[in-house]
Design a protein around this ligand. Structure first.
Ligand code: HEM
Length: 118
């Protein structure tokens, strides 16, 4: 039992980030698939809608979910394939957050630069 400690949070966050990127994958496939209906159908969604603030913010969150899920997945795989790893699961949870913040803060800021640059 993790009893609401780091291991429990790691489990929830890994599942949540995994499901979030699956949802985005469905949206992504349908939007790219619009190309089959021609230039007009594709451009009206991808060019007109996806340049708006809601989609831009959402995409920034998707990048965060992918990055977090990737680092968290490494943690799960280390625990799976290296038996002593489970003893360090708490430290690795914090390691995941350090790697995540080190990459996501600059990347997220770059993606959101339109907020202050116009
Ligand atoms: C970027 C590299 C990725 C790594 C290293 C990774 C790693 C993992 C691992 C190790 C698990 C199993 C977790 C467990 O056994 O408890 C997992 C689960 C999962 N992954 Fe990924 N994954 C990656 C990318 C993706 C992508 C691109 C998607 C979706 C498009 C995705 C969706 C999911 C989902 C939905 C689960 C199930 C979560 C759960 O049942 O708790 N993953 N991932």
């Amino acid at each position: 039992m993790y009893r609401g400690q780091e291991g429990q949070w790691a489990y929830y966050l890994h599942r949540l980030s995994g499901l979030a990127i699956v949802v985005y994958l469905v949206d992504h496939v349908q939007s790219i698939g619009r190309a089959a209906w021609g230039r007009e159908a594709y451009n009206s969604l991808v060019i007109d809608t996806y340049t708006g603030p809601v989609y831009r913010l959402g995409l920034t969150l998707v990048v965060g979910a992918v990055l977090y899920h990737m680092y968290s997945g490494w943690r799960v795989m280390i625990i799976d394939f290296w038996p002593p790893g489970v003893r360090y699961q708490r430290q690795m949870f914090y390691g995941v957050w350090i790697l995540f913040l080190l990459t996501y803060l600059p990347w997220g800021a770059y993606m959101l630069r339109w907020l202050w640059q116009g």
